[in-house]
Design a protein around this ligand. Structure first.
Ligand code: SF4
Length: 271
């Protein structure tokens, strides 16, 4: 069993924070992890945490163009009908955009295919490209501890995916954000993953994931996207910072905890 106190301690330790959240219903502790998590989520109301936000921009910007022919309606329809195995094969052999040229491995996604929690990042970095798994290395460790803090863990009731499945790099081989064209080319795969998973809550990690899933105007300030329970295809969607951003900007870790509290409240309300 993992108590809320233990989860808070893990989160606060990993995020380098002091206590910022006190659970109000101390009797709502069950014997099973999922029961405990569900009760804890209900103990946090959305209105409790919405006030915790300040207007901060989520880092990542779309910096390069890579023209990709738009997907035909038939191609969209084909992907929308794929099984998990068909989808995996399609991504593994995909040459739909220029990111296929420099990839080592495609990064399809990882986790429970019936997960209630879906975390969506931007795209693979160097470590992910080498290993074929999303969120490995320091950013992955931070995400794993964020998961523990909300009572889940990688592979158990969680699925982790990216907007693009191949690593975007600049002319110097450094990681960059995917272009709008690359996002558009790859989104049907993520859309099909979401349709197959049917998650209870989606957490968008970073600006690229938030904009892609919400279809928001790129000029939309991220401060307007955080602190709100959005909807994606009928699923509650919360926007928070990308773990890689948090490693570079630890001052914003505290806000991530508030974002996760909002996500837990949305989870509880949906259950
Ligand atoms: Fe295909 Fe997506 Fe890789 Fe582009 S990023 S080649 S669309 S799998």
């Amino acid at each position: 069993m993992t108590s809320s106190t233990e989860r808070n301690a893990v989160f606060l330790h990993e995020m380098g924070l002091g206590p910022i959240w006190t659970r109000r219903d101390s009797t709502a502790v069950g014997n099973e992890l999922q029961t405990t998590v569900q009760e804890d989520y209900r103990a946090v109301s959305i209105s409790d945490v919405q006030s915790a936000w300040a207007s901060e921009e989520i880092e990542t910007s779309i910096t390069q163009n890579d023209m990709v022919p738009p997907l035909s309606a038939d191609a969209h329809a084909d992907i929308a009908q794929m099984s998990w195995d068909e989808l995996r094969q399609a991504v593994a052999g995909c040459t739909r955009c220029g990111l296929c040229r420099n990839r080592t491995k495609t990064v399809f996604g990882v986790g429970d295919e019936k997960a209630k929690w879906l975390f969506v990042g931007e795209g693979p970095g160097r470590n992910e490209d080498l290993q074929g798994e999303p969120f490995v290395g320091p950013a992955g460790k931070l995400l794993d501890n964020m998961l523990i803090a909300i009572g889940v863990r990688r592979g158990v009731n969680t699925y982790i995916a990216n907007v693009v499945k191949c690593r975007p790099t600049d002319e110097n081989g450094r990681d960059r954000a995917p272009t709008p064209q690359e996002v558009a080319a790859c989104m049907p795969y993520l859309q099909r993953q979401i349709a197959l998973i049917q998650p209870t809550v989606i957490v968008a990690l970073g600006k690229t994931a938030a904009l892609a899933l919400l279809g928001a105007d790129p000029a939309t300030p991220v401060s307007k996207l955080r602190g709100t329970v959005h909807q994606y295809a009928g699923h509650p969607l919360i926007v928070t910072y990308h773990p890689a951003y948090l490693l570079r900007n630890p001052v914003d870790k505290r806000k991530t905890w508030a974002d996760l509290c909002l996500a837990m409240a949305a989870y509880g309300n949906a259950g």
